[in-house]
Design a protein around this ligand. Structure first.
Ligand SMILES: NC(=O)c1ccc[n+]([C@@H]2O[C@H](COP(=O)([O-])OP(=O)(O)OC[C@H]3O[C@@H](n4cnc5c(N)ncnc54)[C@H](OP(=O)(O)O)[C@@H]3O)[C@@H](O)[C@H]2O)c1
Length: 390
């Protein structure tokens, strides 16, 4: 049967939170945010409409070579910022830079595009990238953690971590920690923007292996301490479900951003924000994943595109990039905000529960310290006590 496991898990995830999946994603999302932007606003419209100028300031976009990152980078370029194209593939990044330069209008003045290599499957590469940024004299205004992979078969990175865990979450954690002081040093304030996913609300994902095992296996109790089933340590049946691992990594981004905000950014001009971009099955993130055949089938060859449009899940890429750009640029974005459709939403599930912050914080530092010599800056910042769920 055509990737029945993925089809099943996708739909179970949708069904597990019907309010979230249908009510808020359907076309009745007509609200506008405080700046007048909503569901269908594009990244460029937001950059132009807000009119914020970042001339002479750095904006880092990981995974700027394609998809959401590419469109966000173009919008930032139009603000006059020096956009750091944080990509692993130089040729692809340079092609994207040409596209941005030729397609940007920037009536008020373009920025600069600078390629700096980063491979998020290597913590050493993350450290080298951060060192290069620390040497730059311009203030850092925005760090957008966007690069990612999705539903990949079980593989380990060179550092020995499950790939989705490291590329989507751990390397972004390390990159952020290495750049915290540069973010704080910007006298005009700065933003950390984590590009998450609707799947963050699906943890724990009711999983079905879709392989040799055809029964429901689940992924155990929700645990971000590293002591439970996440991150997966083997690809054996019932120990690794690609969508579950993806969902955990996207939830971890949100949990970490909130914990960092409480521990380190409180009282500063830096705020951490998270974003759910929507869905566009044409990006390479879908083609690379194990769920790709299923998702391509669902999105391309059936009537599902119509349904997706009805539920307002599917978006064009410049719209996909908009909420991240809005979070990075709007004066109305506030500490801890979570954006979808350019509107503020309550973070659902474990991603919105501060109790997961401290175990994830400790576990992440331990993972990095086990591979890279030296301290993780600010990892010893104490937890904030008596946090209530937002
Ligand atoms: N598209 C969707 O439907 C959707 C839905 C929800 C959330 N998101 C989120 O949106 C973000 C962007 O996704 P997208 O749809 O724009 O996908 P995309 O077009 O595949 O872009 C992903 C980017 O990540 C980069 N990347 C992957 N592995 C990397 C590594 N090891 N080191 C450095 N960069 C790496 C890719 O670089 P290469 O070009 O070199 O591969 C690419 O630039 C992701 O965080 C994803 O989880 C997407």
């Amino acid at each position: 049967m055509l990737c029945g496991g993925e089809f099943f898990t996708f739909n179970v995830g949708m069904m597990s939170d019907p309010y979230h999946s249908i009510h808020e994603m359907r076309c009745c999302v007509k609200g506008k945010n405080a700046d007048g932007f909503g569901y269908s606003s594009t990244a460029n419209e937001i950059a132009a409409g807000l009119g914020k100028r970042l001339d002479g300031k750095l904006v880092i976009v990981t995974g700027a070579s394609s998809g959401v990152g590419k469109h966000a980078a173009r919008a930032f370029y139009e603000t006059g910022a020096t956009v750091i194209m944080a990509c692993r593939n130089e040729a692809k990044a340079r092609d994207t830079m040409k596209w941005i330069e030729s397609s940007a209008s920037a009536p008020k003045g373009k920025g600069k595009l600078v390629f700096v290599q980063i491979d998020l499957s290597s913590l050493e590469s993350v450290k080298s990238f951060a060192n290069a940024i620390m040497e730059m004299t311009e203030p850092l205004a925005v760090l957008m953690c966007n690069a990612g992979i999705m539903t990949t078969p079980f593989t380990l990175t060179g550092d020995g971590f499950e790939s989705q865990f490291q590329i989507n979450y751990l390397s972004h954690y390390y990159l952020t920690m290495l750049l915290v002081e540069k973010l704080k040093a910007n006298p005009d304030g700065a933003r950390l923007v984590n590009i998450s996913s609707i799947s963050a609300a699906w943890v724990p994902f009711p999983a079905c292996c879709g392989g040799s095992c055809s029964r429901l296996c689940g992924f155990g109790p929700v645990d971000f301490s590293g002591g439970g089933a996440w991150p997966a340590k083997s690809g054996a049946c019932c120990s690794y479900e690609p969508m579950d691992s993806y969902a955990y990594s996207k939830a971890a981004q949100v949990i970490f951003g909130s914990e960092l905000d409480r521990r380190v950014f409180a009282g500063t001009k830096v705020i951490a924000l998270s974003v759910e971009p929507g869905s566009n099955p044409t990006t390479s993130i879908h083609k690379n994943g194990r769920g790709s055949m299923c998702l391509q089938f669902m999105f391309s060859y059936t009537c599902l595109p119509c349904l997706l449009k009805v539920f307002c899940i599917h978006k064009e890429m410049d719209v996909m990039a908009s909420s991240g750009v809005y979070a990075a640029l709007s004066d109305n974005a506030q500490r801890g905000d979570y954006f979808r459709n350019n509107l503020k939403y309550k973070t659902r599930g474990p991603a919105g529960d501060p109790k997961h912050g401290p175990p994830l914080w400790d576990f992440s530092a331990k993972c990095v310290q086990s591979k890279v010599p030296g301290e993780v800056p600010n990892a010893d910042a104490p937890p904030v006590q008596n946090m209530l769920r937002k």
